[in-house]
Design a protein around this ligand. Sequence first.
Ligand SMILES: NC(=O)C1=CN([C@@H]2O[C@H](COP(=O)(O)OP(=O)(O)OC[C@H]3O[C@@H](n4cnc5c(N)ncnc54)[C@H](OP(=O)(O)O)[C@@H]3O)[C@@H](O)[C@H]2O)C=CC1
Ligand SMILES: O=C(O)C1=N[C@H](C(=O)O)C[C@H](O)C1
Length: 255
Amino acid sequence: MTETIKVAVLGAAGRMGATVCRAVDDADGLELVARLDAGDTVDASSLAGADVAVDFTVPAATEANVHAALDAGAHVVVGTTGWDDASRGRVTEHLERVNAGREDGLGVLIAPNFGLSAVLAMTFAAKAARYFESAEVIELHHPDKVDAPSGTARHTAAAIARARAEAGLQAMPDATESGVEARGADVDGVRVHAVRLRGLVAHEEILFGNVGEQLVIRQDSFDRASFMPGVLLAVREVVSRPGLTVGLENVLDLS
Ligand SMILES: NC(=O)C1=CN([C@@H]2O[C@H](COP(=O)(O)OP(=O)(O)OC[C@H]3O[C@@H](n4cnc5c(N)ncnc54)[C@H](OP(=O)(O)O)[C@@H]3O)[C@@H](O)[C@H]2O)C=CC1
Ligand SMILES: O=C(O)C1=N[C@H](C(=O)O)C[C@H](O)C1
C-alpha cells in the first residue's frame, strides 16, 4: 500500500487555494493537514507535518513561502505567478543546499498553468513557432487578477522566442511608428496582449501568421476545476522529483 501524502495549502482562502483544499480533501491518498493564508507564518509547526506545501498566494509572497517550506522539510508545488530567472535560480541553490548528500531530496515544481488545455496549447505553440513569420499572444482573464501579462502568456511567449531563435528567425515584421503602447507588452520580442473582462476565468489565444495563412491555437479554462487534475498530479509527482521542475509539460512527458 502507498503512503498517504500530507498536504498544506498556502493561500487557502483564495480562489485557487480554496479550490485546491476541496480537491485535496476529495482525492485518494492525499490528506489536507494545514490551510494557511495571509498573516500566517510558514514553518514546521504551521505546516503540521505536511509532505507537500501547495502555494497559490501572490507574486510578492510566493518565493519567501517556498524557501520557508523547504527549510521546514516540505516539497513544494507552486502555481503562483511572478517567477523569473533570478528567483528560480535562488530556489535551485536552496535545493542544492538542502539536498546535498540526500538521495530522497526535496523537490519544487513551479507551473504557470496546471490546466491540460493550457499546457497542450503552450506545447503546440512552441512546436509551431519556427514555421511562422509572425506570432502574437492574447491572454484573457477575470478582472480580479493582479498581474499582467499572465504567467502562462509569459511562459508561452518565452517558448516561442526560444524556438524562433533556435530556428534562426529574424525579428517579426512590424511597421508601427506611433502608438507603440497599443501593441502590448514585449516578452522576449513577442507581443503579448492582456484582456480583463468580467465573466472570464482564464483563456489564451496564440496567433501565428505567414503570407496568406493563419494558425490560431486557443485554450479556455471556464472553471478553476480545470486546474485540479494538474495540481493533484504535481503533488503526487513532486515527492519523487528532487530539484526544480518548471512546467507541467515535464511531468506529462510533453517537453
Ligand atoms: N498555475 C496555475 O494553474 C494557476 C495559477 N494561478 C495563480 O495563482 C495565484 C493566486 O490566484 P487566485 O487564487 O486567483 O488569487 P486570490 O487573490 O484569490 O488568492 C490569493 C490568496 O493568497 C493570500 N495571501 C496573500 N499573501 C499571502 C502570504 N504571504 N501567505 C499566504 N497567503 C497569502 C491572499 O490573502 P489576501 O486576499 O488577504 O491578501 C489570498 O487569500 C495568482 O498568482 C494566479 O495568477 C491562478 C490560477 C491557476
Ligand atoms: O490569475 C489567474 O486566474 C490565472 N493565473 C495564471 C497565469 O497568470 O497564467 C494561470 C491561469 O491563467 C489563471
